[in-house]
Structure formats: structure tokens, C-alpha cells
Design a protein around this ligand. Structure first.
Ligand code: C2O
Ligand code: CU
Ligand code: CU
Length: 564
């Protein structure tokens, strides 16, 4: 005798034959009836699905065991192929995109989430299967120039480039992306980029203590904005105004998913948020109904902070990362929590610059024309939301309670990480001015020239840099290769930034810990301390640049030489 829930082969054949007569739907019903034979067990496994939400109809793409964004635990040498591929951003509308494809232990990954331990050796060959030159930069990594992915090392189509380095960085959420001069914005926009998560003992202990599992309760979220054509295609065709302001898109995507939702349990989640946008900044908050939820910032670009900081909002400029703890233990089944960007003053004051004024007439006109011309893949006319306008990014839908037996309060009351205090050297600060002349953004009055190294520092020196953004300017995310740094102070900050200060020096939670990118507002001065100690012999050439990718490609970028 067969147990009743396991149909014998003969019964199965009979059922299939019946289904054959009744049609495919009949067959499905037959299976469903069999499955519901054990309702108690099913209820224990998962609560009933929540009804669809027309505002957020698409399931968030999360890193799985392979495929797009799949988690790749690096073991041995990788071959990373930069190539064109078709991939549907809008369901059922495959778009031409660029991706990094990796075959690893019999699996195929696209833009894999690379995961490694601090101190491990990384070996990879980039194979450029694109028509244009490219090179991979490991954003935030402490490596020598040969491994940094400086534009100088870009290889032409068909060529390869070898990387080999030891991972000297702290545990944190890093990322990788292309860096060929004039083409970074285009290649990133069309799809090339991925997460690089570094772990160490401290990090693994935190994951254990709070029961965080990557891709399930520890969620990497890459946020960026893109415009899709009616056919669901991505196009990178910035206007002259967009080259000046940075390119913004009509839609917000999270991990490449438009209008995404994620069904969650009433428990704490860790969100590793990366602003992967070309130019758009976000003022992130979590909204439930009319209420904004408190959340904890537990880490930034270079890993965990000394302790969690409870906040209600945070600015995140392009390439910055924010490690967030969102506690949903008090939520009820059916609650919806929306990750939003709150309205803010975009502070685009560049038109006030004397030489720039003639440009503004055209500016407004082109903007209007551009807005009117964009129509959505669904056929509706849509516009590019202005920088600083309110946006809904994604929705968490609470399925209901779940057993969570960890002592969150206790873990949060203990230090998260041993974070050495920032150095405060007495030396005269080195000034970095950010401004515009004509239609070119500059650093210290200069734009990028491949053969020049206008910034020279001594290996082993600790310097204070003063990033001074001009009054007639716009916000710039200032980024340095090869070294992470500590923010010391903000001054001359706009009110919307001042309100977020958690230190007497005017720093926000997003400025704490180890940083590789720091946001600077018009009229503001940000002081940072950089320790140029590293283990690499000989002169090394890195760079500093604005991480607004259109600014970077336009030359708001300088070589930085570290002299042995
Ligand atoms: Cu993500 Cu040169 O930068
Ligand atoms: Cu970088
Ligand atoms: Cu900029």
C-alpha cells in the first residue's frame, strides 16, 4: 500500500489522463488538492501570500545562488567577461545591457555579488568583450595602482587585464564598476557594476548574533534611476545639460527591479544600501502610512561604526553605502513600509555663476523638451523627477510575526566595532576647491589630464584635506581611490544637512567611520583626514574625482600620486 499523499505510478497516470481530457488547468488543480492535504504543515512553512500591490507590482530581485547578482564566494581565479547581453528590466521586455559574466564552479553569474574574507588573495582576469575600452575599478579597496582600475589601464575590446592582490580592507560593502575615461557613466548606466562584500570575524559574529543571512535578512540594495524606452531598452544619450548636471532617469530601480516589493517577516533586517546612480542623490527614509520610522545606521562605506546611530533620514550621494538596521518586530501582517527619498533642496546654484548665466535659458528649454519627450515602457508619458523631489523607491510588505529569539537591544547597546579615532594632524590642510568654469566642473581649477599628477603626497603621511565647494555650484560626491579616510568636520553646511548632525563638528551618521566618498554641498567645507600609509613599494598613482559620473567623465577628476 502506498501512503495516501504519495500517489502510485498507476494513480498518477490515471490522473494525468483525466487532466489531459480536462485540460492543463485540471492537472494543476489535481496537484494543488494533493498539496493542501497537509494544511497544518504548510501554514507553519509560510503565511498566506499578501494581495498584489498595484503601486509595487514587481518582486525585488535578490542575490541567489547564481545568475544575476548571484552570491559568488570567491575561491581561486575568476574570469570576468564584460559583454553585451539581453536582460529584462521590465517584465517580458528584454533590454540590451552590459554585464559582467562569470563562470564559477559550474554556475553562471551576471554582475555577481563577490564575497571574500579580509586577508584573502584575489585573482581575476577581466576579458573585455565590448567594442569600447574598459577596466574594472574596485571601489573602496586599498590596492596598488596596477590593481586599482585607474583609467590609464583601460584595455581595448578583445583584450584582457589581470588583477592579483591581497584584500587588505575591513569588512564592508564595497562595489566594482568600470572606469575607462569618458565612458564610466555610459558603461555603468548600461549595466556594469556589482557588490563586493568583504567579511571578517567581527562581521561574521554580528551576523550570527542577529541572525542575518545574505539575500534573506541581510539585503544588498543597489538603488539607481534609469529611463527606459517604450520597448524597455536603456539608452545612454545625455544632453549637454545632463552632461553638466548629471544624468537622471524616470524610474527608480532596486537591484534592477522597477517598482519592487519584498515580503518580509516582523523581525529586524539589515539593508546594505548602495547609491549606484550616475548622478541622483537620495534623502532616504522609511515611511509607514504618514509616519517615518526610526532606523539605525550601523555602517558606512568602510564598514561597521563604533555603535549604531538612530536616525530618521539620511542623505546618500552616488557611490556611498549605508548599512542600515531596520527593526520590523512591531509590525503587523499587512503593514507596508516604503523606502522613500524625501524632498530636499537640490541646491543647484550653478546658474548664479557669472559666466554660466547665458546658459540658463537653454538649460530650462532643454529640460522641458527632454521631459516632454520621455514616454514610459508602459506607453504613458513620464518625466524625469527633478533632483530633490519626493520618490517612492521600494516597499516592504509585512507577512506577519516570526520567532526571533535574539537580543537585539543588547547587541545594539554593545560596541559594534573597534573603530580607531580619526587622526587630527596639526599640519596645514590641503585645499580641494570644487567649482565650475564655463561648462566644466573643476578640482582646484583643473580638469583631468592623463599625463599630469597635480596632487602629490608622501607615502606614510597623514594629511587633512579641506574640500571647499563653491557657493555657485551643486552638490558633489568627492571620492578618493586607494585610501579610505575619516571625515572630521563640516562647516558652512545648508540647514538640511545641519539638522542631521550627530557630532559637535557637524557630521551626520553617514559621515562616520571609514569613508571613500563624502558629499559636499555648495558653500560647504568638509574636512577629512587621510592616512597615506600603505604596503606598496614605489610610487603609486591613484585619483580623486567627483562620483557624479557625468562630472567624472567630463574631467572633474585628478591624478593623485603617492610618492614612496
Ligand atoms: Cu567608484 Cu573612481 O570610482
Ligand atoms: Cu573608487
Ligand atoms: Cu560633481
Amino acid at each position: 500500500m502506498q501512503p495516501p499523499h504519495k500517489p502510485s505510478r498507476r494513480k498518477l497516470l490515471t490522473a494525468t489522463a483525466v487532466a489531459g481530457v480536462a485540460g492543463a488547468a485540471g492537472g494543476l488543480l489535481w496537484w494543488r488538492r494533493k498539496e493542501t492535504a497537509r494544511p497544518a504543515e504548510r501554514a507553519a512553512r509560510a503565511p498566506a501570500p499578501l494581495p498584489p500591490d498595484p503601486e509595487f507590482p514587481n518582486a525585488l530581485r535578490l542575490p541567489g545562488a547564481q545568475g544575476l547578482h548571484g552570491v559568488l564566494d570567491v575561491a581561486g581565479a575568476l574570469t570576468i567577461v564584460a559583454k553585451s547581453a539581453r536582460h529584462d528590466i521590465l517584465p517580458g521586455k528584454p533590454a540590451a545591457m552590459l554585464t559582467y559574466e562569470v563562470e564559477h564552479l559550474g554556475k553562471t553569474f551576471l554582475n555577481p555579488l563577490l564575497r571574500m574574507r579580509t586577508g584573502a588573495a584575489f585573482r581575476a582576469t577581466l576579458w573585455n568583450a565590448l567594442p569600447d575600452p574598459t577596466i574594472i575599478h574596485w571601489h573602496g579597496f586599498r590596492v596598488d595602482s596596477n590593481n586599482d582600475g585607474h583609467p590609464h589601464y583601460a584595455v581595448p575590446g578583445g583584450a584582457t587585464y589581470n588583477y592579483h592582490f591581497t584584500l587588505g580592507n575591513r569588512a564592508a560593502t564595497y562595489w566594482y564598476h568600470p572606469h575607462p575615461h569618458h565612458l564610466s557613466g555610459k558603461q555603468i548606466y548600461l549595466g556594469l557594476s556589482g557588490f563586493f562584500i568583504v567579511e571578517d570575524d567581527e562581521e561574521v559574529a554580528l551576523q550570527k548574533a542577529l541572525d542575518f543571512k545574505l539575500g534573506i535578512t541581510d539585503l544588498p540594495l543597489m538603488i539607481h534611476d534609469r529611463t527606459l524606452t517604450p520597448d524597455g531598452e536603456l539608452l545612454y544619450t545625455p544632453t549637454s545639460v545632463e552632461r553638466l548636471d548629471g544624468l537622471r532617469g524616470t524610474r527608480m530601480l532596486v537591484n534592477g527591479t522597477p517598482r519592487p516589493y519584498l515580503d518580509v517577516d516582523a523581525r529586524p533586517y539589515r539593508l546594505r544600501i548602495l547609491n549606484g546612480s550616475n548622478a541622483r542623490m537620495y534623502r532616504l527614509a522609511f515611511r509607514q502610512g504618514e509616519r517615518l520610522l526610526d532606523f539605525h545606521v550601523i555602517g558606512t562605506d568602510g564598514g561597521l561604526l563604533d555603535r549604531p546611530y538612530r536616525v530618521r533620514e539620511a542623505f546618500l550621494s552616488p557611490s556611498e553605502r549605508l548599512d542600515v538596521l531596520l527593526d520590523l518586530r512591531d509590525a503587523n501582517r499587512g503593514d507596508a513600509v516604503t523606502l522613500v527619498s524625501l524632498e530636499f533642496d537640490r541646491m543647484d546654484h550653478q546658474h548664479e555663476a557669472g559666466g554660466h548665466r547665458a546658459h540658463t535659458g537653454m538649460h530650462a528649454a532643454t529640460h522641458a523638451a527632454h521631459h516632454a519627450s520621455v514616454s514610459d515602457a508602459a506607453g504613458e508619458k513620464t518625466t524625469v523627477p527633478e533632483e530633490g523631489s519626493a520618490l517612492d523607491i521600494m516597499r516592504f510588505r509585512v507577512r506577519g510575526p516570526v520567532a526571533y529569539q535574539r537580543d537585539l537591544a543588547q547587541t545594539l547597546s554593545r560596541p559594534l566595532s573597534r573603530l580607531e579615532p580619526a587622526a587630527h594632524p596639526g599640519s596645514k590642510p590641503r585645499v580641494m576647491t570644487l567649482d565650475i568654469k564655463g561648462n566644466r566642473w573643476r578640482i582646484n581649477g583643473l580638469t583631468y589630464e592623463a599625463q599630469k599628477t597635480p596632487i602629490v603626497v608622501k607615502r606614510g603621511a597623514t594629511e587633512v584635506w579641506e574640500i571647499r565647494n563653491a557657493q555657485s555650484s551643486m552638490p558633489h560626491p568627492f571620492h578618493i581611490h586607494g585610501f579610505q579616510f575619516r571625515a572630521l568636520a563640516r562647516s558652512g553646511s545648508p540647514e538640511q544637512q545641519v539638522r542631521l548632525a550627530v557630532t559637535p563638528e557637524g557630521l551626520a551618521a553617514t559621515d562616520l567611520g571609514w569613508k571613500d566618498t563624502v558629499l559636499s554641498w555648495p558653500g560647504e567645507t568638509v574636512r577629512i583626514a587621510i592616512d597615506f600609509t600603505h604596503p606598496f613599494p614605489g610610487d603609486q598613482v591613484y585619483m580623486v574625482h567627483c562620483h557624479n559620473l557625468e562630472h567624472e567623465d567630463g574631467g572633474m577628476m585628478l591624478n593623485l600620486k603617492v610618492q614612496a
